[in-house]
Design a binder for this molecule. Structure first.
Ligand SMILES: Nc1nc2c(ncn2[C@@H]2O[C@H](COP(=O)(O)OP(=O)(O)OP(=O)(O)O)[C@@H](O)[C@H]2O)c(=O)[nH]1
Ligand SMILES: [Mg+2]
Length: 333
């Protein structure tokens, strides 16, 4: 399942209580109560691994550890352990109480969402020349408790687009071992599916139809997810009577949806090339070329054609690696 948005309460740990204790040695009976440990804090941390979405969805409350109480013999309590919650980069994080929002942009970026409580002071800290046997101590303070909404935007590298039944899900499955549902009827895919081809994240989205930008069909809801993909793989079925029209329908929807989508780098594929004769594939390729479109024939049962697609994916993977190594240039935005 693709998780779009989750609301989670983050509870930081409370600080431990300071101790009241005294030295038991005769003639030296001063205070020895140690401080309580600080409560653990909760942080979000950006990761590139989209599978963490599934671990988030099942948690409604996530807690860091409490600080331990101080003890005698000057022993301070141990600090509570911090909780690091992994979220995919590109997630928008909003504190529901304050409205403060921010985006987790890069891998390793941390954001404090709930600060741990302070540890209380033990009686050793309260000693003075006038009070050599203090009984005072402090309770630890409570950790923060805050509820956040985390909106995750799909930041796949490649978005598979096309009319219903163009073969998008079949390709995702063939390339990545994902299990997106395949069927010979329109709208088999009801929500986006992700797969990874050697680190290149591919998103299969529901088929688009004419009027998608107005909310027709299922695809509209998911167009926003492909806004952030770097490259589009546009699939046209070889079985179509008019591949040029098919191509234009989708392009028109992308254009009307917004410039960001319309301007994306695109590779065009004539999918299911095994389903029709070779001449027909060539004729359809030629028809597309006349309108300036270079389409690459591909079939999930033709290994050679799959290799040509894999070659493109490898190049995308290399670019991605370079971009991640040098994040200043940004990627998939
Ligand atoms: N012969 C042949 N059939 C294919 C190929 N790829 C997909 N198909 C068939 O085409 C039909 C549609 O495939 P899907 O992968 O479900 O198509 P889709 O684009 O994901 O469709 P929607 O999710 O409805 O948008 C299914 O019956 C597949 O078995 C191919 O390379 N060759
Ligand atoms: Mg599908």
């Amino acid at each position: 399942m693709f998780v779009d948005e989750v609301t989670i309460e983050f509870v930081a740990g409370d600080g431990g209580r300071g101790a009241v204790a005294f030295n038991k040695v005769r003639l030296s009976q001063g205070p020895t109560g140690g401080d309580g440990g600080a409560g653990g804090s909760v942080y979000l941390e950006g990761v590139a691994d989209l599978t963490v979405l599934n671990t988030l969805s099942s948690h409604k409350i996530m807690r860091a550890g409490h600080g331990k109480n101080g003890r005698g013999q000057f022993l301070d309590g141990a600090a509570g352990s911090n909780l690091i919650v992994r979220v995919p980069i590109g997630s928008r994080v909003t504190n529901l109480a304050t409205g403060f929002g921010r985006e987790i942009e890069s891998v390793g970026e941390r954001m404090l969402v709930a600060g741990g409580g302070r540890g209380g002071r033990g009686n050793f800290k309260f000693r003075s020349s006038t009070n050599t046997t203090p009984k005072e101590f402090e309770e630890g303070s409570s950790g923060d408790n805050a509820t956040y909404r985390i909106e995750m935007r799909l930041i796949a590298d490649v978005g598979l687009i096309g009319l219903p039944s163009a073969g998008k899900s079949s390709l995702l499955n063939a390339l990545t071992g994902a299990k997106s549902r395949v069927g010979n009827y329109a709208f088999t895919t009801l929500e986006p599916h992700l797969g990874a081809y050697y680190g290149v994240i591919i998103a299969d989205i529901p088929g688009l139809i004419e009027g998608a930008h107005l909310g027709k069909g299922l695809g509209y809801k998911f167009l926003k997810h492909i806004e952030r993909t770097r490259v589009l793989f546009h699939l046209i079925s070889c079985e179509s009577d008019d591949p040029v029209r098919d191509y234009k329908v989708i392009r028109e929807e992308l254009r009307k949806y917004g410039t960001k989508l319309g301007g994306k780098e695109e590779y065009v594929f004539l999918a299911k090339s095994d389903a029709v004769g070779h001449e027909e594939v060539v004729a359809k390729q030629a028809a597309l070329r006349k309108t300036g479109i270079t389409a690459i024939p591909v079939s999930i049962i033709d290994d050679a054609s799959m290799d040509s697609m894999k070659k493109i994916l490898n190049e995308i993977g290399v670019l991605k690696g370079a971009a991640e190594a040098n994040p200043i240039h940004g990627y998939a935005r």
